[in-house]
Design a protein around this ligand. Structure first.
Ligand code: SF4
Length: 558
């Protein structure tokens, strides 16, 4: 069977784990599998026996629909096309309406039963290992890098109304053994450096101690180090396993090319060059390499980089601060965890959150970061307060908590325009402008924080009201005096005028131009039409440097 796997051309951090498992599944059945991202016209001429399309964020709905409508023409029958993933699971009816595919061709939730695609076996696709090889078929590089991606648990028993997990994975359960998952990857693809665990609520497990034991056994205990085996050893292992692929040969050739420069011994270099030159004419490159492994491996072992590097484990979806206690922090502190992400979604959880951070810290976990939901039922000042609390905790505990504010959008919406009940569009845009400079991270240092968000609530609200260009090109407009002029006008406004200003400043520039301006706001509204003329001359250096300096601790982020 010829199987095509498609990920629409949206930007995403993690590789498509669902498709990687489906690839493993079809390869187990002896099928030919190809993976593409977006529209790849090299696959358009074929007719595929089955196509699977994944989906992710609901706000990528239009891209997904375009992709489905394109690929539905490349299967024998529309019934041979399946759409799955998060967006499709959350809004199957909308997908049906926009694409005409049948409800039975939308795979909602986890792919645990292959009868839904008409296959007759007892394979639980969700528990299969990931096929990393499909990623070699596309040019897109996932920001999360070439690491282990796994789950140790699925689901979450909490029903937070803003979260999609209760719909996608309604039952909390443990998955297959993490030792087996990692061992399978090691044996097939070679070891990877970091481990990203995508559990939604790992602290809900009753077997945390044995899970931590297992994670220590597979090399992620506290202080864990990693020595990269190098492409030579990995590709050789794969050749020995019988794997043959162009990308393996290319990886091997590129590695040997790089190694050549490091060989100091004249005799070894001579032998090395002889082998490498001979490889150019080899009919079977892989077999040729295997035949010369004995001589080559001596050279590779002498010159390959054997530096020990720290490796980390990251429960990337965050842990539930309400469940943090001495017992579970004692367990997690046995791991090379970095960072420990604790959700801080609601200011009302302030005491629980602070207690959770202090408990983690007491057990020696010092690399902490958090997700901060905003634009939900919170107020703008709640966001400031949560960020400020982290700055104070940093001072108190001598640590560096990094924050990742996450803008809420309802899971039923297909775009990101939602504005929370206590927010206005201008405030949300101001936060996004501030975060744009630092790629979404609020660094740990107080210098950065008070500069970026204001040193008190008054300054924070002033920043939220400030024209976007003045926020984005902060140093430039501060230095040329424009910001001072704007501040002087803003300072003269009363509360009611500020409210009207925020409503008008929420309009985009063309709407603002068309709208009649009230006399008392005319002067200040002029500032909202200002455009920084030369975007390449980015005049925010000081601000960027400050954030990057303090951001150096972040290891795996967008
Ligand atoms: S605890 Fe986290 S994963 Fe669970 S429902 Fe709430 S937000 Fe979602």
């Amino acid at each position: 069977m010829r199987v095509l796997l498609v990920e629409p051309n949206y930007k995403n951090k993690y590789p498509p784990m669902g498709l990687m498992k489906i690839s493993t599944y079809h390869k187990m059945l002896g099928d030919n599998v190809q993976f593409v991202k977006g529209f790849d016209h090299s696959v358009d001429k074929k007719v595929w026996d089955r196509i699977y399309i994944t989906t992710l964020f609901t706000f990528d709905f239009d891209v997904d629909v375009k992709t489905i409508n394109h690929y539905k023409l490349l299967v024998n029958s529309i019934d041979d096309l399946y759409v799955g993933g998060i967006m499709a699971s959350l809004m199957p009816e909308k997908v049906i309406e926009a694409t005409g595919i049948d409800r039975s061709n939308i795979l909602t939730g986890l792919f645990t039963d292959t009868s839904v695609v008409g296959d007759n076996n007892n394979i639980n696709v969700d528990e299969l290992p990931l096929d990393y090889d499909i990623l070699e078929q596309i040019d897109y590089k996932y920001p999360a890098g070439d690491n282990y991606f796994a789950y140790t648990t699925r689901g979450c028993p909490n029903n937070c109304p803003f979260c999609a997990v209760p719909i996608l994975e309604p039952y909390f359960h443990e998955t297959n053994n993490i030792i087996d998952q990692i061992r399978t990857i090691d044996e097939k693809y070679g070891p990877k450096r970091h481990l990203l665990l995508l559990d939604n609520n790992v602290l809900n497990t009753e077997n945390l101690e044995s899970l931590v034991d297992d994670l220590c056994k597979i090399g992620f205990g506290r202080g864990a180090k990693y020595v990269d085996p190098g492409a030579y050893n990995i590709v050789m292992m794969r050749y020995r396993n019988g794997d043959r692929a162009d990308f393996l040969d290319k990886k091997m050739a590129a590695y040997l090319e790089g190694l050549k420069k490091r060989i100091k011994s004249v005799k070894m270099l001579e032998t090395f060059l002889q082998i490498v030159i001979g490889a150019e004419d080899a009919e079977d490159y892989a077999q040729y390499m295997l035949d010369h492994d004995k001589e080559l491996s001596l050279i590779v072992e002498k010159y390959r980089n054997k530096a020990k590097k720290a490796r980390f484990l990251d429960f990337n979806q965050g842990i539930d601060g309400r469940k943090v206690n001495d017992e579970n922090m004692k367990q997690l502190s046995r791991l090379a965890i970095r960072p420990l992400r604790i959700a801080f979604d609601d200011i009302r959880l302030k005491d629980i959150y602070c207690k959770a951070v202090r408990t983690a810290h007491r057990h020696g976990i010092k690399e902490i970061s958090n997700y901060i939901l905003f634009n939900y039922k919170d107020k703008p000042e709640d966001l400031y307060e949560r960020l400020r609390i982290n700055i104070e905790l940093n001072k108190e505990l001598g640590i560096q908590i990094f924050s990742f504010p996450m803008k809420y959008s309802p899971i039923s919406e297909t775009d990101r325009t939602y504005i929370g009940i206590n927010w206005c569009k201008k405030s949300v845009l101001a936060i996004s402008a501030i975060l744009q400079v630092t790629k979404g991270v609020v660094a740990a240092g107080s210098n950065f924080f008070y500069k970026a968000f204001g040193s008190n609530l008054d300054e924070y609200f002033e920043l939220l009201a400030m024209p976007r260009e003045l926020i984005m090109f902060r140093s430039y407009f501060e230095n040329n005096g424009i910001t001072t002029k704007w501040k002087a006008l803003y300072g003269k406004l009363n509360g009611e005028q500020k409210e009207r200003l925020m409503a008008l400043a929420s309009l985009n520039v063309s709407e603002l131009r068309k709208t009649p301006w009230p006399n008392d706001l005319k002067d200040i509204l002029e500032f909202y039409l200002i455009k920084h003329s030369d975007k390449t001359e980015y005049s925010n250096e000081k601000y960027i440097q400050l954030s990057l300096m303090e951001d150096s601790n972040i290891i795996i982020e967008d």
